[in-house]
Design a protein around this ligand. Structure first.
Ligand code: CS2
Length: 475
């Protein structure tokens, strides 16, 4: 078995955790062990393991072997660098099983293991195969494929349906899927997608999933720049560990989970995870303020020639624009709220200014077609419905369009599941019209609203002439 067990490594060269890893069982299976998962969820779980060894994580990455291979080579250990006024380092050892390409059989067996109670995922927004309305896209090639071959899935939706079908057939309690991606009502959307998928195969299974399986909504937050050679060199120099897969993040981390976890599940509250009856206010505020501002900084900042979030926040015109956008337009869409939104926004702007984090705008600009709906378009939809101005909110949308045009024109890569369509649109006249016609991005009630269309048209025209002038304008 290539990934299933520990791969021996010269242990003396590896750091240690503060608890006995030999006692750790596997109680969580996670799809998508990328940097965010390893810097966020795995850090919480690592601290939990000291008190309760049931919750080790099986890392599953069936499409790319690099991370799981490296995790296996390092016996599951890697370094988390916390980028604050001083950089500190922690060893994380939460993972104790590793499944890469070719391990579908082992993953299926793990999903049926009664000890596995949580199946979490960070597969990015696009990984859930949802359409523009947030429901499962039955035309998505992975879903078409998984419905034809449900015993050997490739999508997370297909995997959860198969794993739950096996549990039901074996008379076992279901596991709890926890979606850790930045989508509003992420648990509800995932639950509805898995039930809709199952209904095409077996209506009774779909009924069981709807009745028995809880898909908590979650809000996840910690700024995690992509790892690079500099981080690897820093970790090597400061810890002596030649770590191939270190991760870094800011000191701030938050995780709010809807309080529907199994009773004998992990005591997440003991490590600072907030369990809440309703996560909605948290996830909306975080997505619209933090992620909405991030995407705005990314597209406008890249057009202005900036490289990182901290650089973009150092641009007085852009920072003032972001403050007005968030404090006036975005927060209006979140009221009333149990959160002190103005204070929350202020903390987020401080986090963006953290000079220790080289968070690249280009990384945030990825997958705009998947991110903009939750980050900006929901705010726009609510502003339109309430009769508020959408002039300023149209600026990030216009900036995304101009960014697509610029990338395509320069022959630069566009990282987006709709990249082919975006490039084709950018190569012909009618950029704004034709992008607004993309139903995967713009819902009909937004795309069809004249106030919104003309705000985007006019922002694009003005931004081509004088981008800074648009930032300074006060609608
Ligand atoms: C960022 C997020 O890459 C992006 O799109 O906006 O990853 C952001 O850093 C996290 O959501 C912060 O919690």
């Amino acid at each position: 078995m290539r990934y299933g067990g520990f791969v021996s490594a010269p242990f003396s060269t590896l750091p240690q955790t503060g608890y006995d890893r030999n006692r750790v069982a596997t109680g969580i299976l996670h799809f998508g062990p990328g940097a965010f998962h390893r810097a966020h969820q795995a850090d919480y779980v690592d601290r939990l393991l000291a008190d309760d060894p049931r919750w080790g994580i099986a890392a599953v990455s069936l499409r790319s072997p690099e991370t799981v291979d490296a995790l296996a080579r390092q016996d599951g250990l890697y370094t988390l660098a916390i980028l604050d006024s001083e950089t500190s380092f922690r060893t994380i050892g939460a993972h104790n099983a590793f499944y890469g390409p070719g391990s579908s059989g082992e993953v299926r067996a793990r999903l049926a293991d009664p000890a596995v109670r949580i199946v979490s995922s960070t597969v990015t927004e696009k990984g859930y195969c949802l359409g523009g309305d947030g429901s499962l896209d039955f035309d998505h090639p992975d879903i078409v494929r998984d419905l034809a071959l449900p015993g050997d899935p490739v999508s997370i939706v297909g995997w959860l349906a198969l794993g739950l079908a096996d549990r039901r057939a074996a008379g076992l309690a279901p596991f709890t899927p926890i979606c850790c991606d930045n989508m509003v009502a992420n648990g509800k959307k995932l639950g509805a997608a898995v039930a809709a998928f199952a209904r095409r195969l077996d209506p009774e299974l779909a009924g069981w999933i709807e009745g028995e399986v809880r898909f908590p909504d979650t809000m996840v937050d910690s700024i995690t720049p992509a790892s690079d050679e500099r981080l690897r060199a820093l970790v090597r120099e400061r810890t002596g560990f030649a770590d191939e897969i270190p991760v870094s993040r800011e000191a701030y981390a938050a995780w709010v989970i809807e309080d529907v976890l199994p009773e004998d599940g992990p005591d997440f509250a003991s490590v600072g995870i907030v369990l809440a009856g309703d996560v909605g206010a948290w996830e909306k505020a975080k997505l619209r303020i933090l992620n909405g501002a991030h995407s705005t900084l990314a597209y406008v900042g890249l057009l202005l020639g900036h490289t990182t979030v901290a650089d973009a926040m150092g641009d007085a015109d852009l920072a003032a624009f972001i403050e007005r956008l968030v404090r006036e337009d975005v927060i209006a869409s979140l009221m009333p709220s149990p959160i002190d939104l103005q204070a929350y926004a202020g903390e987020i702007f401080e986090r963006f200014r953290n000079p220790a984090i080289g968070h690249r705008l280009a990384q945030i600009a990825w997958d705009g077609s998947q991110k903009l709906p939750y980050r900006i378009l929901d705010t726009i939809g609510e502003a339109l419905a309430a009769g508020r101005s959408v002039e300023r909110l149209a600026v990030p949308i216009a900036a995304w369009m101009l960014f697509i045009e610029r990338q395509a024109g320069a022959g630069e890569k566009i990282v987006d599941p709709l990249a082919a369509a975006l490039k084709e649109i950018a190569s012909r006249p009618g950029l704004v019209e034709r992008l607004l016609d993309l139903r995967q991005v713009f819902r009909p009630e937004i795309a069809g609203d004249e106030r919104f269309r003309s705000a985007v048209e006019s922002a694009v025209v003005k931004m081509r002439e004088n981008l800074r002038g648009v930032l300074a304008a006060r609608p």
